[in-house]
Design a protein around this ligand. Structure first.
Ligand SMILES: Nc1ncnc2c1ncn2[C@@H]1O[C@H](COP(=O)(O)OP(=O)(O)OP(=O)(O)O)[C@@H](O)[C@H]1O
Length: 322
């Protein structure tokens, strides 16, 4: 589609560039000097606990909130000055449901098409296409309120696709979906990416969902703490992760530091340690403190470990403390 476009233009075709964005609600800081770039045709995930600032960022990027500080660009268009054009080229799905339950699936889509000035044959074509792409053709006559959570989400996404956006912003699209529906949703997103080259920015607080993204940014309390492919992020954690249970974890942490010169982190009732050769260290640990250690588990780093590594606290702990 873009074969005749100069390479620089192609790279900018639907990329998202966020630079030093900060946002406050009164005294409360929601975003702090956030910068990242989503490349054209990429699925980029923002992983963060609730309250991390994901929704605020989405409201800014979808032009619903004015920028307070910093700048952003979508497909080469400046967010502060080209908001109308940006609206035409992005599709957005927010966490809060936007369907009219008393209208059918098809009527909901028609209503959305009209909002974008799409009518007649083009509208019929686009709706048929969106219904088919999202596996909704058989349900087009059903009232939206009669659909399951998974189907409603699909209709929400179908709405966001009607004006053929080059950029899709999806705020926690799989909230409330069962694993089967979540799997289907990701199948559609990958299809959109591969067949239409759509750039997708998605937020999630689900580690397993984050694994599907090409690249991820981890957002904690309004700050981007790290960014990379899921493999790069996992590799950034030093080797293996050991979780140690003990009757007196603080006392054991002190002993471990004295003997091995490493400092375990206290995470709730456990101790956590990263070690380049975890299996060897595990043996040394049990040999050294057979009475103090009640159990140890050893594993390769997960995205949850990346979060702890970068922030010093657990993912869910970050949520609860909000
Ligand atoms: N309208 C508002 N007025 C005051 N504070 C707000 C408002 N909206 C969000 N906040 C605060 O800003 C911070 C970021 O909120 P935001 O909704 O962007 O986070 P989030 O990561 O999307 O969380 P969630 O997934 O729970 O929506 C939170 O501390 C929140 O309480």
């Amino acid at each position: 589609m873009l074969s005749n476009t100069p390479p620089q233009e192609t790279a900018r075709a639907s990329r998202i560039v966020v630079q030093d964005i900060s946002h406050h609600y009164g005294q409360r800081r929601a975003l702090n000097q956030l910068s990242f770039e989503v490349h054209t045709g990429e699925i980029f995930g923002l992983l963060g606990p609730n309250g991390g600032g994901k929704t605020t960022l989405f409201r800014l990027l979808s032009t619903l909130l004015p920028l307070q500080a910093g700048s952003a660009e979508i497909a080469g268009l400046d967010l502060a000055t080209r908001s109308q054009e940006i609206r035409n080229l992005i599709g957005v799905t927010f966490q809060s449901p936007s369907l009219d339950g008393k209208l059918t699936v098809q009527e909901n889509l028609k209503h959305q098409a009209h909002l974008y000035g799409i009518s007649g044959a083009l509208m019929r074509d686009r709706i048929a296409n969106a219904l088919s792409r999202l596996g909704l053709t058989d349900r087009k006559g059903d009232l939206a309120e009669s659909l399951s959570g998974g189907l409603k989400r699909r209709v929400e996404i179908a709405k966001g696709l009607l004006h053929s956006p080059r950029v899709l912003l999806l705020d926690e699209p799989s909230t409330g979906l069962d694993p089967g529906a979540r799997h289907d949703l990701w199948k559609y997103l990958k299809q959109l990416q591969q067949e239409n080259g759509v750039t997708i920015l998605i937020t999630t607080h689900l580690m397993e969902e984050a694994e599907h993204c090409d690249r991820l940014g981890i957002l904690n309390r309004g700050e981007l703490v790290t960014c990379g492919t899921p493999d790069e992020l996992r590799a950034s954690v030093g080797g293996d992760c050991l979780t140690i249970q003990a009757e007196h974890p603080d006392e054991l942490a002190r002993l471990i530091t004295e003997k091995f010169g490493v400092s375990p982190q206290r995470i709730n009732a456990s101790l956590r340690l990263e070690h380049p050769r975890g299996h060897e260290f595990l043996k040394d640990l049990i040999d050294a403190f057979p009475d103090q250690v009640t159990s140890v588990s050893l594993g390769k780093p997960t995205l949850e470990d990346v979060f702890i590594h970068e922030t010093g606290h657990q993912f869910w702990q970050a949520e609860e403390s909000e």
